[in-house]
Each structure stands twice: as C-alpha cells, then as structure tokens.
Design a protein around this ligand. Structure first.
Ligand code: GLY
Length: 349
C-alpha cells in the first residue's frame, strides 16, 4: 500500500498546460519526487521506466509510493531508444496483467521519457503516463508537450506518437547528481527559449549567476514551452521555433555520432549561425558562460548529408528560425544547402 504522506512544506509552482480534454499540470518543486504520491495516482499498477545512468534510488523512491510497481531499467544511452526496448516495456505490462486503468511513469532523461511515453501511448491504445525528468534538458523541454518516439533503422524519432502526459513532476534537486556537462547541455534549451521568446530570460542568463537562478530559469522556460504547445500542439507552425538551432545542431550531432558529444552542445553551436550578426557576440558570451559553444571538428559533408535527411526538412528545404533580437523570431523557409553554407561561414570564422 502507498505510505501516508506528510504535509508538504511549500506548494509546487504549477504550470497548467491547457489542451482541452488532454490538459495537465507540470509541477515544479524541490523534493517533489519524495512526495509524488500526493500529486500522482499511484494506487494502481505502475510501470516505472528508468535507465542505468540514473541513480537507482530515484525510481525506488517512486516505487515506495506505489500500490504495485515494476521497475524496468534500460541501459543508459540513445541505443535504448529502440523498438526492442519498446517491446520489452509492452511485454512487461502484458505479463504483469496491466489494464487500461494502470499507468507508466518515466524517471530519467529525454530518452527514457520518449520511450516510456511511446509505450504508454500504444499499450491498450493508450494508458496514463507520468513523467519525472531527471536531467536539465528534459526538465526544461522534452518532458512535456506530448512528443514520444523511438529511433528506427538509424533514423531518430521516426516511429512515435503524440501522447500527452497526465502530469509532470519537476524536481530540481534531482539535478544535484548530474555532471556539469549535462547541466550545460540542458542550458542550451533555456538559451533557445530565451532567444526566441523571452528577452528578460536572455538578460538574466547574460547578467546573473546561473546556478543561483536555476529554478527561475526552469520555470520561465517551462512557461514558454507551455505557451508554444498550447498554440500548436502538433507542430504545424509555431512549435517549429522549439527546433531553433536544431537543423545545424542535429547535423553536427550526427556527424560526431561515435564521439562523446551531447545534444545541447550541438544545438548551442547550431543556434549561433541562426542569430543576426549583431547579436552573435552576445549569444557566444552567454553560451560560453553556460559551458557551451566551443568549436568542434566540423565534417561539413556529413553535416550536409544529415541536414538533407532530417525529418524536419521538406525535400531540400527546411523552415528555420532566425533571431535578430532576443525574445523575437522569424520563421523562414530556406534551402538546406544554404543553411549549411551559412553555418560553415559563421562557425569556421
Ligand atoms: N523539444 C521540442 C518540442 O517539444 O517540440
């Protein structure tokens, strides 16, 4: 049986995502994992999905608050975002007698959230999904908005579904165990939100101590994402701004696939050429402050190939986001080759 919960000392900051019948709250509070049973319906079967890189006690803390739970720990790394892992989750639920009333909870970063959310979307045509992200990148961006997927035949996120979580719990205390490079990688998404939508957040990143202001950075980023998702849940237009810097960023990431490079590190580099010339020095300074933006070895042939095969591109064109002033953006259709040419000139200078 779930243990009775002591009263929380402070209430979480709620961010309500209004999507009609699929509306839900993202709740931000330090220590909220330990009192998850107060905010999630855990008095049922819960499939807890985590990975080997996440401290095991996080999933165990959640399990201790569940009626009946099973923890599945997949190996850390992008290779686990696969049809095989997806099948493992479905098989586990089937064998454990999960019904439509039961649920899936992700305790991990973006890979775990995408995988667990996709399994929740498919089992019995969709069961409840909770997300408890444990990396800054997933806390700021990927843990909500409904994108779930696995990779297939070497193509990223090509098989998946839009499946909104029932609730998301953001516990910034979970970030204490993350290495600094993981924090930097997550900050790239905050810089993205700031540049496209929030001048004040950009100025905060520019002028203030980032560590001291981390909770504020998370909440402000979440409010931007909420607003974007509410306006364009299925990425028909506006939501593309959340891909700011990603055409070049993904290209760099794919070209360095076998090396130790993080998603946010690549996105940071990808944002620089998409900023107006006058803004670039400020952006580079902020990125440096976040531990980002250091040049890598660019393989422009591979980057071009990846950009042309990116599922966000439409044949040889792609809609990119251009930022000339922090807090404002322009969506522009460009030839992929021109985007890469521009990036090459800017990043090699
Ligand atoms: N991470 C981008 C999006 O949710 O659309």
């Amino acid at each position: 049986m779930p243990k009775p919960m002591p009263m929380p000392a402070t209430m979480p900051v709620p961010i309500s995502v209004n999507l009609g019948p699929d509306s839900y709250d993202v709740l931000v509070k330090r220590g909220i994992l330990a009192e998850a049973g107060r905010y999630l319906n855990l008095a049922r079967r819960v499939l807890i999905v985590t990975d080997s890189g996440v401290p095991a006690r996080y999933a165990e803390t959640l399990a201790g608050q569940c009626g009946e739970s099973v923890i599945v720990t997949v190996p850390a790394g992008e290779a686990s975002k696969s049809i095989e892992s997806f099948t493992l989750l479905l098989r586990t639920m089937l064998r454990r007698g999960f019904s439509r009333k039961d649920c899936v909870a992700a305790v991990g970063g973006g890979m775990v959230g995408d995988l667990a959310g996709f399994a929740a979307s498919a089992y019995m045509r969709g069961i409840d999904f909770y997300n408890i992200p444990t990396t800054l990148l997933s806390q700021i961006d990927s843990s909500f908005g409904g994108k779930t997927a696995v990779n297939f035949e070497g193509v990223k996120n090509i098989v998946g579904a839009f499946w909104q979580p029932r609730r998301v719990l953001i516990d910034p205390d979970l970030l204490k165990t993350l290495p600094p490079r993981q924090i930097s990688s997550g900050l790239a998404e905050a810089v993205k939100m700031a540049l496209t939508c929030d001048r004040e957040l950009f100025e905060l990143l520019e002028k203030e101590d980032i560590t001291v202001n981390l909770d504020q950075i998370i909440v402000r980023s979440l409010r931007i994402k909420k607003s974007v998702v509410e306006q364009d849940e299925r990425e028909a237009g506006l939501r593309r701004i959340l891909n700011f810097g990603h055409t070049v960023g993904h290209g760099i990431e794919s070209s360095l696939e076998m090396t130790d490079i993080y998603h946010g590190e690549c996105v940071a580099l990808g944002m620089i050429p998409m900023c107006g010339e006058q803004l670039r020095p400020r952006v580079k300074k902020v990125l440096l402050k976040c531990g980002l933006g250091r040049p890598v070895r660019y393989d422009w042939e591979k980057i071009t190939e990846a950009a042309l095969h990116d599922k966000k591109s439409d044949g040889d064109t792609v809609t990119v986001t251009i930022v000339s002033e922090p807090g404002s953006f322009e969506l522009k259709e460009m030839k992929c080759l021109e985007v890469i040419r521009q990036a090459r000139v800017c990043l090699e200078e």
